[in-house]
Write a protein that binds this ligand. Structure first.
Ligand code: CDP
Ligand code: MG
Length: 695
């Protein structure tokens, strides 16, 4: 049994370094006026009609995947009561003293870059200032794009609360015919794929719409680059109010950073004065595991320690659970928020004094040669690490515990994170841009252009899927695919379900696939239990069919995944009308379903060979993920949903197919010769390592 005494010993463990307090200049830099070209309107971007401020979720392609419908309005009297204190809070934010200067600068310049420490009030205040300043007169709307769905929901709710109104929408950017007066590209520093695409689109739109105001809001990172990209737009700097943060490094690298996090949280809890803790982990599985470990140890320690509230936050968490992280901590207790890097800059949680940073994040990486996209846990950048540390110094002097050495910080971390556009598959974006009528993608105005091969490969893949013709123009199929807010392969799969008369099933599978990677999350101490639970759902044929089975069996289960999956499914089903696909069921026959999957994912075919599987097109060695229902079975031909690299290249979500189907669904892509089986006997099972390998 651990006791608080044994948890001490911080001195031996940490090395300290003081983070320099940011010193920033401020005030609008009044730069040269821009000559504005008046061109004819080509296209416009607008937002939904009925509210005045929109927080655009994952801009562009997340069309229609918002989950929240209007929420019930709080009783008016209650809202009135709240309003007063809310106004006080608003006036206390760092941005408030610069309100008038900011509005003047916006008035003066068409494009303005706004830089401010995270939590200074950019996201929640600027749209309201604009509204107060009359920008929404005549039913006009202010748009504010957010790169993350969670953040969009959370800030929209927050702004609604501050304004005492019912609901400010978190909606989706799309093309239409109305004009909005201001568009805020928020969290620009995150450099997500869609933010980067928006930069190019909006820069173009601003050229021929001189009445459009463009605000690029960013944390204190890289703002000169934004200014430069937008033809030297002026930068308005909001001075931060950062308190000093003491940084502690571990003396030696940590073997198990999850365990190190848990120990550090408890150490802080028993040895440090009041103040909440923020822990950065890489994803849902880790976060859930960490929360469970913490809760269990707290239970064991019982009344020996003060109350510790353990709260997770990640993208797929149901919104009522998400909202909990903002609840004030009761006196005498301490809150620990275990978050993905969503809490790095997009969300601000008040009261955080301690940050625990293991120094990792989950990153997409893309190999344009093989077309393989993988999610890899990698060291985060120094810029990220500094943002994380900064979260400890918002309300008072804070402490950041880095679970890596000072040497690793200096020598092993990259300076900044590579923009997503340079490490992702561009299929979706190409489809979207083509559907907006932008044909020449090579010359699109990218802030940081994607690798040439990546663009070419995306075009090739879309061609292979039948979305583009040989001239590179959108086909009818491509136009329909562009209507769906999912990956091109997934939308092709959905469209193929029309032909195979299994859209009912395929929609469910698509929703399940796009929501999660781990319906069957395996907590470390409950692996057997989780595996048994999974076995209950196993059906022959592969993981897609298991997902389908799970979905139909647990209709009532209250879990984040299932809420989200149901939600995504509802929205996809709603879009079926627009692309004229009838929703019909194949009544339990798995062949049509598997054929539809093949029609979308024929790129992802692997064939059993010596020592594992080999991808058909690139002969890359890959393995069935130990969590897969086909891990033991090892069928000859597989389609995989995605590759993940942990200890080796694993195929996640696999389904068994017949090689003949490949010729049926992609005759232009496969030659019958390359699909010939080299032997007629089944290969002996050789998977190398086992489940234990993943822990
Ligand atoms: O965008 P920026 O990082 O500059 O700040 P913000 O998101 O507008 O947050 C300003 C303040 O609003 C934060 O310091 C929080 O105190 C508060 N806030 C909140 O309480 N709940 C939210 N969901 C969002 C913000
Ligand atoms: Mg913000």
């Amino acid at each position: 049994e651990e006791t608080p005494m044994e948890l001490g010993g911080e001195q031996g463990r940490w090395e300290e370094e003081r983070l320099k307090t940011a010193s920033l200049s401020f005030g609008a830099k009044k730069e040269r006026e821009q000559g504005m070209k008046q061109e004819q309107e080509k296209y416009q971007l607008i937002l939904e009609e009925d509210e005045m401020i929109d927080f655009v979720t994952t801009a562009i392609t997340m069309k229609g995947t918002r989950s929240e419908k209007d929420q019930d309005a709080p009783a008016l009297s209650q809202a009135e009561l709240k309003k007063q204190s809310m106004q006080e809070v608003r006036r206390s934010l760092p941005i408030f003293p610069y309100r008038d200067d900011l509005l003047a600068a916006i008035h003066e310049h068409q494009i303005l870059v706004i830089e401010g420490e995270t939590g200074s009030g950019k996201t929640t205040q600027i749209p309201q200032y604009l509204l107060e300043d009359g920008y929404t007169k005549g039913g006009m709307k202010i748009g504010c794009t957010q790169p993350r769905r969670v953040a969009a929901m959370s800030v929209a709710a927050r702004v609604a609360e501050e304004m005492g109104v019912k609901w400010v929408t978190a909606f989706v950017l799309r093309t239409a015919h109305q004009r909005e007066p201001v568009i805020i590209i928020d969290e620009a520093h995150e450099r997500t794929l869609h933010t980067d695409i928006l930069f190019g689109l909006i820069k173009d739109i601003a050229r021929f719409r001189s009445d459009l105001k463009v605000l690029v809001a960013s944390a204190t990172l890289d703002t000169e680059r934004f200014s430069c990209f937008f033809d030297d737009a002026p930068v308005f700097r909001i001075p931060g109010r950062r308190f000093p943060v003491d940084i502690f490094y571990t003396k030696a690298p940590e073997a198990d950073y999850l365990e190190a996090c848990v120990v550090s949280v408890l150490q802080i809890h028993v040895t440090q004065p009041t103040g909440d803790i923020l822990v950065f982990l890489t994803g849902q599985e880790e976060i859930e595991a960490c929360c469970e470990l913490l809760q269990e140890r707290c239970r064991r320690l019982g009344s020996k320690i003060a109350e510790l509230l353990v709260l997770p936050i990640y993208a797929n968490l149901p919104s009522d659970m998400q909202a909990k992280i903002f609840n004030p901590t009761p006196p005498g207790a301490r809150k620990v928020v275990v978050a993905t890097n969503i809490a790095e800059t997009s969300l601000t949680i008040d009261g955080i004094i301690y940050v625990i940073d293991p120094g990792f994040c989950k990153q997409k990486s893309y190999n344009a040669r093989t077309g393989m996209e993988s999610l890899i846990v990698t060291p985060c950048s120094r810029a990220s690490a500094n943002q994380r540390a900064g979260r400890a110094g918002r309300v008072a002097a804070g402490k950041c515990f880095r679970l890596y050495t000072a040497w690793a910080y200096k020598h092993e971390m990259e300076e900044t994170t590579v923009p997503e556009i340079q490490r992702t598959n561009l299929g979706n974006v190409v489809l979207l841009l083509k559907s907006l009528g932008i044909n020449d993608l090579i010359h699109f105005d990218f802030m940081d252009p994607p690798p040439h091969e990546t663009l070419v490969l995306a075009l090739e893949q879309l061609y292979a899927l039948g979305a583009l013709n040989h001239m590179g123009e959108l086909t009818k199929l491509g136009r329909r695919m562009a209507e769906l807010p999912v990956d091109p392969m997934l939308s092709k799969m959905i469209l193929a379900s029309e032909q195979y008369k299994c859209s009912e099933e395929v929609l469910t599978i698509a929703a399940m696939l796009s929501v999660n990677n781990s319906i069957f999350y395996r907590p470390k101490d409950k692996v057997v239990h989780a595996d048994n639970a999974r076995m209950n759902f196993v059906v022959p044929g592969g993981d897609h069919l298991v997902l389908l089975n799970v979905k139909s069996l647990i209709k009532t289960q209250v879990s984040g995944h299932h809420f989200r999956a149901r939600d995504v499914r509802d929205q996809l089903e709603g879009l079926m009308d627009r692309i004229e696909v009838e929703v019909v069921s194949c009544q339990g026959d798995s062949v049509p379903v598997r054929k539809a999957v093949t029609a979308g994912y024929f790129y992802h075919t692997a064939r059993l060979s010596k020592g594992g599987y080999k991808t058909v097109k690139h002969q890359q060695t890959v393995y069935v993920h130990p969590n897969s229902s086909l891990f033991e079975e090892q069928p000859r031909w597989l389609i995989y949903h995605e590759l993940v690299f942990t200890t080796k290249e694993f195929m996640r979500q696999v389904i068994e197919i017949e090689s003949g189907w490949l010729l049926e669904v992609a005759p232009h892509y496969y030659k019958s010769k390359e699909l010939e089986d080299s032997s007629s006997k089944k290969m002996p099972r050789k998977q190398g390592k086992t489940k234990e390998e993943l822990g």
